[in-house]
Design a binder for this molecule. Sequence first.
Ligand SMILES: [Cu+2]
Length: 247
Amino acid sequence: MKRLIFFAIIFGLTFLSCSPEEEVEPQNVDLKINFTQLVDGAPVQLDQMIYQNALGQQFSIKTIKYFISQVKLYKADNSIIEIPDIHYVDIRTPETLDYTFSVQVPEGDYTGFSFVYGLIPEENITGSLGLDLDRLMEWPVAMGGGYHYAKIEGQFIAEENYFNFHSGALDGVDYSINVDFKNNPFSITNNLQVINLSMEMQNWFTNPTDWDFEYFGSGIMGNPEAQQVVHENGHDVFSFQLLERLE
Ligand SMILES: [Cu+2]
């Protein structure tokens, strides 16, 4: 009888010690990202002369196109999940406004994530992203080549004034932006989770430099001062939330 109880305990311990391990083995799951564009915290209303920048200049938004790349997720165990994708967003093309990364990610606790607004020099090569993106986003070879990081366009002050707030690597100078959410912990627990990434358009036009539409004029592609201001103002245009998809 004693021996039987002994075996029962051994079997019991074996069973108990095995099953929880199987349960905690992390699953790899799809991670989706949604792109939202805001003015003053509300979704952009295109082609409406209803906005005012920090200097009190009226503006509208007609175009928002941009790249994000170099997405990295930082796990609580110090490992890093690197996602090789380059994603193009166009507010007028609904299928670009959400994206499932080509790489699955393990469930678990993360300390944060980071990405690049635009393209790093190694990935900013004329002709490398295919004909469609060449046509839409190519940066002139005479200005250093590669692609625009973004095209933001609209009107300012009066209906007849158009601005092309185009950013990119001018003459080989890298103005891409490292967007750092490394200390923003979250957990990924299933296949239904979505990172909602918002771009606040007002923040392009302030902090540290209030953007003066009259001073910078309608085109800034050949203007290194303007590219530097865009680079600096862009540090806080993005914010994110982790949402659960309803399915
Ligand atoms: Cu341009």
